[in-house]
Design a protein around this ligand. Sequence first.
Ligand code: NAD
Ligand code: MG
Length: 385
Amino acid sequence: MKKLTILGSTGSIGVSTLEIVADHPDRYRVVALTAGKNLRLLQDQVRRFKPLMVAVVDSADATVLRAALGDQAPEIVSGLEGLVACARHDDADMVVSAIVGAAGLLPTMAAIEAGKDVALANKETLVTAGPLVMAAVEKSGVSLYPVDSEHSAIFQSLKGHRSGDVRRLILTASGGPFRDRSLDDLVAVTPAQALAHPNWEMGRKISIDSATMMNKGLEVIEARWLFDLPGEQIAVHIHPQSIVHSMVEYVDGAVIAQMGIPDMKTPIAYALSYPERLALDLPPLDLCSLGHLSFQKPDLQRFACLGLAYEALEAGGTAPAVLNAANEVAVEAFLNEEISFLAISDVIRCALDRHEPTSLKDIAEVLHSDRWGREEARRIINSKN
Ligand code: NAD
Ligand code: MG
């Protein structure tokens, strides 16, 4: 029986994780759940999965939840301290890190330092603090399993091979809802259009990141740290069907890919059950009905965010934390209709231009750069309006 803490249980990844748990009650038990705002869903989850501890962001929400659950209320905590208490819970064997954004960093680090294995969906943890996180993983001797479908595909494609034989990693990207739009056509796209992803159902922030292709940029940085390869050895191919989830090319020219229908349950389940595979009730991949799979090069003019992520990775140190922070603020501003779709990359570029990257010594420096990036992005947005 594996005992789980799920950070971000009310989100898209959190809900899919709990569906897997519900289908395999003989293998998994929930120890702790955490959520941001969605109290109604959290209440239902508590009644159903009976965790020992629950954390919410606001203390006022903790009071509301306690009252609503009455006799059924577990220990309810709040704030960063509460998230960290869930992440470190003595009874948990594994922590599923599925909070969105840099808010996931500290609880994920706490889990690693407390000796928990981590199933990592929160890519922002590695984007902002990659070298520090990987050093903590090594020091604690824990395992970090990728949940992101591309990284799960690479993890699977690396099995049984020598890391020294890898020539490059090829991340696939659907290209999002605007894959074939011209730059002129992108000027006036709305949040609703940007949220309508063709292949995947995801949270709002990652859906916008997919439309700008910043999601793929963040994933390049995530891959750099997970698989210890420089940016030059990490390529991106647009693959509209989202069937090949990513590939590894070896020095002899062999390319190993992992395929499947686009459903996050497959990579989540693999992270939970590694090295075994869980039986999942998903439709099989039917390549014959699909007929063909296609690939193309990403256009960095239309999807400037992808190029910015490569630049931030190259600049190193604090630059990726600033890239991520400016992106979070710009995405929120786009969703609130304060800025246009194309202005998202302008805001990030401007923040990066004003930043002097320094090397990452500790988490405090990551948090400082994150704060700086947010404030700078806010200033840039205010000056535009
Ligand atoms: P989501 O927005 O659906 O859910 C986010 C969860 O985090 C919710 O439970 C929310 O309440 C909680 N949360 C939000 N802000 C918080 C804060 N400040 N403090 C504490 N909790 C907070 O997001 P998602 O789509 O499930 O994505 C979660 C993470 O997984 C992201 O980092 C994303 O990039 C990554 N990921 C998601 C998918 C996907 O298919 N959804 C795929 C790959 C990777
Ligand atoms: Mg992904």
